[in-house]
Design a protein around this ligand. Structure first.
Ligand SMILES: [Zn+2]
Length: 173
């Protein structure tokens, strides 16, 4: 089956007026930041995005992302496969005022001076934020058992918050 590539840049307002629906893929090779923090990734992120106007007339785009990556298990130090599934619901904003008046169900996304949103960057951020804080095999699949752990392989204080969680906050500034 032919994989339709999603555009990296899109005008969400125009797309909503046209009621555009996209079902396609984004190349993970374009996601440099993501690739820097995973062992390997699938070639594609399967994505679907719907652009619409809600009953208040606000532009919304929502959908889901699906891919899988290989992460390094923090318990046994071997790579394992992790499926990533992300759902999103964004509304484009320009400036502080629009920001504050947005319903809570919508996550604000800043458009540039041409009214464009960088979908590639947005999806990459979403995937990075969805990564587990401390990547580990499922207990049964890990070569290091719970009893080995008692010797202090991974102490609770080593479980730092996901550094990419701040990305979401940064986007709000
Ligand atoms: Zn493991």
């Amino acid at each position: 089956m032919q994989k339709v590539k999603l555009p990296h840049q899109i005008d969400p307002v125009k797309s909503a007026l046209q009621r555009s629906d996209y079902e396609g893929v984004v190349n993970t090779s374009d996601m440099v930041r993501l690739n820097n923090i995973v062992v390997s990734s699938d070639d594609y992120v399967e994505a679907n995005v719907q652009f619409l106007k809600d009953e208040q007339g606000l532009t919304v785009f929502r959908g889901s992302l699906m891919t899988s990556v290989e992460l390094l298990c923090q318990r046994c130090n071997e790579a394992f496969k992790q499926n990533l599934n992300v759902e999103f619901c964004y509304s484009p904003v320009q400036g502080e005022d629009e920001f504050d008046s947005l319903p809570e169900a919508y996550e604000p996304v800043e458009v540039d001076e041409h009214g464009m949103v960088n979908l590639l960057q947005l999806f990459e951020d979403d995937l990075m934020v969805s990564l587990p804080l401390v990547p580990r095999h499922a207990e049964a699949e890990c070569t290091v058992t719970e009893s080995d752990m008692q010797f202090g392989q991974l102490k609770p204080e080593d479980e730092r918050p996901n550094p990419f969680a701040v990305l979401k906050e940064l986007k709000r500034d």
